[in-house]
Design a protein around this ligand. Structure first.
Ligand code: SF4
Ligand code: SF4
Length: 117
């Protein structure tokens, strides 16, 4: 396991989970991720990327929601767990993310080349 994948695993485990409004994916849109996270996602065609971007959507968003849920990037997991990225539907975990973990995530973003998913 690379240091990078260890960091991803460490951070994923520490982002609190919560129940979304059923069927909602309002916070899905153009997001960025590190190359390590991208390597875990299926490759989408340029056309699929262009269509998603034109709709301000994500190429992995399907009719029934995220098609890569188990490997969704950190930014998707972080959404709703911090007041900085509050869910517009008011959903949240009982206990929000620890500030130190949130800072660690932002440091990871800064330390890695982020590309459009
Ligand atoms: S975090 Fe909020 S906006 Fe995003 S999918 Fe869940 S309920 Fe919808
Ligand atoms: S990867 Fe999944 S959760 Fe993240 S923006 Fe795309 S569809 Fe939404």
């Amino acid at each position: 396991m690379t240091p990078n994948s260890q960091t991803i695993r460490f951070l994923r485990k520490r982002i609190p989970a919560f129940e979304c409004e059923p069927g909602c994916h309002d916070c899905c849109g153009p997001v960025t991720a590190s190359s390590e996270e991208m390597a875990r996602l299926p490759v989408k065609s340029d056309a699929a990327h262009a269509t998603a971007l034109a709709e301000l959507s994500c190429p992995h968003l399907g009719k029934n929601g995220c098609q890569v849920y188990a490997e969704r990037p950190l930014i998707c997991r972080l959404f709703g767990t911090t007041p900085r990225l509050a869910c517009p539907k008011g959903k949240r975990p009982e206990v929000m993310i620890e500030p130190a973990i949130e800072e660690h995530i932002y440091r990871y973003f800064e330390a890695t080349r982020q590309v459009l998913v």
